[in-house]
Design a protein around this ligand. Sequence first.
Ligand code: ATP
Ligand code: MG
Length: 574
Amino acid sequence: MFFSRMLIPTLKENPAEAEAVSHILLFRAGMIRKLASGIYNYLPMGLRVLRKVERIVREEMNRAGAQEVLLPAVQPAELWQETGRWQIYGKELLRFKDRHGRDCCFGPTHEEVITDLVRKEVHSYRQLPLNLYQIQMKFRDEMRPRFGLIRGREFLMKDGYSFHVNEADAEACYQDMYAAYNRIFQRCGLRFKTVEADSGPIGGSFSHEFMVLAETGEDLLASCLACDYAANLEKAEVVPPATASGDAPAGSGPEEVATPDVRTVEEVAGFLNATPAEIIKTLIYETEKGPVAVLLRGDHEVNEVKVKNLLAVMDLTLAGAGRVQELTGGEVGFAGPFGLNLPIYADQAAAAMTTAVTGANKTGYHLVRVNPSRDIVMTQVADLRAITAQDPCPRCGGNIEILRGIEVGHIFKLGLKYSKALKATFLDEAGQEQFIYMGCYGIGVSRIVAAAIEQGHDGQGIVWPLALAPVQVGLVPISLNDQATKDAVFSLHDGLEKAGIEVLLDDRDERPGVKFKDCDLLGIPLRVVIGPKTLAAGQAEVRHRRSGETVMVPLGELLQYLQGCIRHELNEKG
Ligand code: ATP
Ligand code: MG
């Protein structure tokens, strides 16, 4: 490949609106260009990286026995109406009408389409199991597309779906996919963690996410320092407090005190000379089943996913100031659990307090010396808060650390959800009609490109894992005006290509400094520099992008040396 003939529009300046380092560097390295919000062009170097991710994903899926298909991006509304998701998917689903006025959508995911295919083609247990996947552009009209390829609206996904005669077979496939995913992210050269994920109100431990570890990640994970427990913060269980609820009621009952103009936990704590851990905050939520109150200790954060799962609701939003007043009789900041005509759900830590401060449902007043088990009528006590680094590991009691990650993969046990909705059945050995068990398995192919950069970059640019780099070797001549140098680099270029090494010869009419900078910006793992001086010594200078280490290699051994470096790095990742 010759730089002068390629479309690699590198830039010195950062794009104005980019926040994430991967977005900035993909842009500056001339790998992507924005067309519209969350919609990007992939330029040749960016596409090469994307294709490398795709190739690893494809190889490992095939190796695990999955078969590749390609399903349509445009889908008829009828299928989505059959599963009920046409109504509930919301605005992320891009809907439109064709020329005949028929409702359509651009696929954000393909459960409907694949289950429709399978219900038409599969009739007997003899045709199962089946594991089908595709690598295809999805469209989700994300509310906040951001961080470039990390949260786009149009993005490349590998989505796979498996079909089984029973639950045990579906679980075996889940384990195979779990192993395949671990291999995929290892081969991509990523530092990642596999975490238990929330699987909705149905529960079960059969959902895992694969998280690339990066400070800039949108997801929080809890990871045990002692055992291998790791979970998305949405899912991580909190161990109940040691103090049994109902212990030692602290003296006389609740007493009302005036707390003029103090509303937040901190203000109330300051005013009453208490700590946030001695306060109960009362959150009023609206749900599609009506409003509810949630009680938490003042120093704890609510975990809305846990609340949603407990209540089995889809919508959970904090009530606005007007509604709070209407439902509690007091202004925001003074809500409490007494005299409420609402179901009250208490986090286990709040319920276990023996003397607490709560709002009085009256503007300007709080109650002190509240003993929840004695004084509050609680509909249910449950684990409703987010785990913190102060909590013990729910498995082994060890210390927990909270990490940030970027979700690049998700495997999920679907059970009979879609086969029931779409009536996808088979005849078992006894000739009985049964619903097909399903699993689904997603990978954010384009998101991986960005995640690799979030994890691998320095002040000069991208530092790719070798397996994902757009090219393996950057070849930089010190001067093309020197005929001997020119001959040497062109013949080296051809020799490397013939040997199957991906090489980009920087044949532009630019100063060596400019070429070095672009080589670093593009993140090319191995840089080979040849000039009159190195030639005279019969050598080339090889620089390793990641370590910055420079070695002089005799020209006769260069090919072997580079092959060795490449093999070493690829093998190390499995
Ligand atoms: P998120 O919580 O990040 O929105 P999701 O749970 O909606 O992800 P899935 O429906 O499981 O994601 O999709 C499978 C994979 O596709 C995800 O693990 C993620 O890597 C990727 N992905 C999802 N949404 C986007 C997006 N807007 N842009 C790029 N990749 C995405
Ligand atoms: Mg999403």
